[in-house]
Ligand binder design. Sequence first.
Ligand SMILES: N[C@@H](CCC(=O)N[C@@H](CS)C(=O)NCC(=O)O)C(=O)O
Length: 97
Amino acid sequence: MKLYFAPGACSLSPHIMLREAGQKFDLVQVDLREKKTKDGSDFNQINGKGQVPTLETDDGFTLTEGPAIAQYVGDKAPASKIVPASGLMWWPQWSQS
Ligand SMILES: N[C@@H](CCC(=O)N[C@@H](CS)C(=O)NCC(=O)O)C(=O)O
């Protein structure tokens, strides 16, 4: 996977979640003012909204909203229990501690 991020931006939470979930991913820094990635690519071609966080998944999807990325990462790594499964308000195990 590939996470597009900018320092000090709301891409930090998906970044933390990917690490907590033990996922393999590459980081690509974005200049949000210029809409360019660190290697000079046009970021608007990757996310038409020109915003981070943006996650390219291994199966070819591009997710462009933080909550959608959070749910995707949580669903991909259920053993990490970082978010409840879709449709649940909490993990049953959370209420036992
Ligand atoms: N609805 C998006 C909002 C993302 C967002 O506002 N990202 C900011 C950084 S925290 C951004 O990329 N701003 C640059 C811009 O809008 O041009 C989400 O929840 O993920």
